[in-house]
Design a protein around this ligand. Sequence first.
Ligand code: ADP
Length: 634
Amino acid sequence: MSVETQKETLGFQTEVKQLLHLMIHSLYSNKEIFLRELISNASDAVDKLRFEALSKPELLEGGAELKIRVSFDKDAQTVTLEDNGIGMSREDVITHLGTIAKSGTADFMKNLSGDQKKDSHLIGQFGVGFYSAFIVADQVDVFSRRAGLPASEGVHWSSKGEGDFEVATLEKADRGTRIVLHLKKGEDEFADGYRLRNIIKKYSDHIALPIELPKEQVAVEGEPAPVQEWETVNRASALWTRPRTEVKDEEYQEFYKHIAHDFENPLAWSHNKVEGKLEYNSLLYVPARAPFDLYQREAPRGLKLYVQRVFVMDQAESFLPLYLRFIKGVVDSNDLSLNVSREILQKDPIIDSMKSALTKRVLDMLEKLAKNQPEEYKGFWKNFGQVMKEGPAEDFANKEKIAGLLRFASTSDESGEQSVSLAEYLARGKEGQDKIYYLTGESYAQVKNSPHLEVFRKKGIEVLLLTDRIDEWLMSYLSDFDGKGFVDVARGDLDLGKLDSEEDKKAQEEVAKDKEGLIERLKTALGDAVSEVRVSHRLTDSPAILAIGEQDLGLQMRQILEASGQKVPDSKPIFEFNPTHPLIGKLDNEQSEDRFGELSHILFDQAALAAGDSLKDPAAYVRRLNKLLVELSA
Ligand code: ADP
C-alpha cells in the first residue's frame, strides 16, 4: 500500500446529499441495480478510453485488452469492481463524485414529494448512477488514475455516503478505476459469486466488453494456492450489431436502461441495419416517461454515436429534430470518420440524410405503437404530446405524418382527455363535412361550454377542443389534413358549407335583412369596441358571441405575447347576436337609446367573458348590471 498524500475532506453538493438520502430510502426494493449502474459507468469509461486512444495510442499503456472485473471477499464483506478505462484525475473525482452536473437538478429535487413510491419512479428517471453504490454499501472506496497521468497521480476517494467524502493522492500502477463497496450489515448476499453472476447476466449481458468474475477453484491441501483465473460471464458483443431476430426483448430493455440511465422499460424500439449508399445501424427507443428536464433548453439530448463499433460521442444532437429530443438510442455509422466532431456533424450532408431517415423511423415507430398498442400510446401522448406539437413547425416535410400522430380532446368524448386522432375525427364526420372544426381556449372546462359550440351541438358536428398553450400556435402551421382544411369555429364568418341546407342559408339571409335596423343601432352603441356587428349562425341558446377576425390573433397567442412583454397588434372582435333570443327581442324593442346602449354593453361584456377573455373595464360592467337589477326589482 502506497502512502497517501494531500488528504482533504470535502462536503457533497446539497443535491448529492438529497439524492443519497432519497435513494437509500426509496430504492431498497431493487437493491441489485447498483451493479448495473456501476458496470454501466465502467463500460462508458472504457468507451471513452478507446476513443481517446485513437489519436493518442500511448494512453493504452500496453494494456489493450479492455475489460471489467467484478470480485468479492466473503470475509471482508466487500464487492470490488475494476475497469481499465479512462479513469479519473483528482479533479475529476472531486467534481464527478461530489456534485451532480445535470441542469435543473435543484428544481427536480424540489419536486420530490416525500412519498417513497412516487419518488422512486422519479429518481429512476433521474438516474442515480454512481451514487447507487450506497444502496448496499456503508462505505465506498474509489481508487482511480486517469489514463496518461503518471502512476504517482492516482487518487483515492472515500465516503460513508453521508455529508462528506475524503480524497487523497496515491500511487496507482494501472490506469482505470477500482471501486470497493463495503457492504452494509444484512447485504452479505452480494458477496457471492453465484449471485453476482446472475445479476450481471440479468442486467449487463449486452455490455459490449467482457465482464469477468473469478473462476471457482478448489484449493488442494499442501499445494500452493492456484493462480486466480477469470471467466467472462456476459455475451460481450455490441447488441445493435446483432440480427434483430437473435435479440430478446429483455436484452433490448436492459440495453435501453444502460444508455438512457432510466430504470423503467421503454415503450417501444426500432432496430435497423441500413446498407447501400450509406451504411449504419440504429437502435432507437421511446421512453415510457418524460425526463424531468424535457423542457430545459440546455438539457442533454441526442443519440450515442459510434463509428464502426467505436464509441465517439454521447448526445449527438444532429441525428434527430428537436421535437424528437426524448428519443434515446445508438447510431453506429460506417461512413463517418472516427475523428468526427460536433461541428462537422452539423454540416455534413451525410448527417442530413441520416437525420431524415432516422426521423422517419421514429415517426413510423410511433404510428405502429398508436395502431397496435393504443393504451401505451395514450401514455406516450400524456408524456410527450406537448413536445410532438412542436413538430409541424420544425419539420415541414413530415407535417402530415406528425398531424396523424396528434391527439385531441373533442366534443364527442366526455372524458376531456386528448385521445381523438384526426383520422378518427374524419372517419366519423357528418355526410358532406369537408372541414375539421376546432376551438382553442384556456381550459377544457371553459371551451367545453363555449357558446361557439352551440350550432355544432345542434347539428351533431364534432369539434376538437384545444387547450394547451401551444395549440393556437400549432394550428397556425397546420392548414389541412387528408385534404380537409382546419376551421377555427371562433374565427371569421362561420360557413358550414354543405352542412347547412339551402333553406338554412336563405333563412339566414332573410333574418339579416330583417335585422338591418338593429345592426345599425348596435354599431352606434358599441362604437369602437367592435369591428363589425352581424347576425350569428353560431348560436342556439346564447344571446350574443364575439368572433375573431379571419386574420387576427386569437386569445391564446395574444396572451402569450402579452406575457412575454411584446406589443400585441390591436384587433377588435366581431359582435354577433342571436336574433331568436328573447333578450335580443327586448333589445330590438327598446325605445330609450340610453338603455339600449347599456344593454348592448352588458351583452358585449358577457360574450367576452364566455369566450374566456377578461373585461377591459370590469367595474363598468358591474355598475351596468347592478343598475339593471335595481330597475328589475323596482
Ligand atoms: P452519469 O454516469 O450519469 O454521468 P454518475 O454519477 O454515475 O453519473 O457518474 C458521474 C461521473 O463520474 C461520470 O459521468 C464519469 O465522468 C465519472 N465516473 C463514474 N464512474 C467512472 C469510472 N468507472 N471510470 C471513470 N469515470 C467514472
